[in-house]
Write a protein that binds this ligand. Structure first.
Ligand SMILES: [Zn+2]
Length: 100
């Protein structure tokens, strides 16, 4: 991946995570309704928990797509950190930055 492509991809993946957080308001409702439709009547109270688990699983997948990105210059994980990286403008290993 070249320099320009790397930064475009980093921002694209970061935006997916940022969009996925408020998407809970819609996705959560849909998932709760879905689980309520398929769960047996004595287990309906599990629906919100299952919906949240699915949403969170996808969140973690989207997060992994950012933190697994390897820097175009040094080859290290450019944005590796415990939570998800909001700031994707600089490689934390070699300092390669997006100047555009
Ligand atoms: Zn780097």
């Amino acid at each position: 991946m070249d320099r320009e492509g790397f930064w475009l991809e980093a921002k694209r993946r970061r935006n997916h995570v940022l969009l996925w957080i408020p998407a809970w308001l819609v996705v959560g409702l849909v998932l709760v309704a879905l689980f309520k439709a398929i769960l047996p009547s004595d287990k309906l109270s599990l629906a919100p928990m299952l919906a949240l688990a699915v949403w969170f699983g996808i969140f973690m997948y989207l997060r992994e797509r950012i933190v697994s990105m390897r820097c175009y210059r040094c080859g290290e994980r450019a944005f590796a950190q415990i939570w998800f990286p909001l700031n994707v403008s600089k490689c934390k290993h070699c300092g390669a930055a997006n100047e555009t």
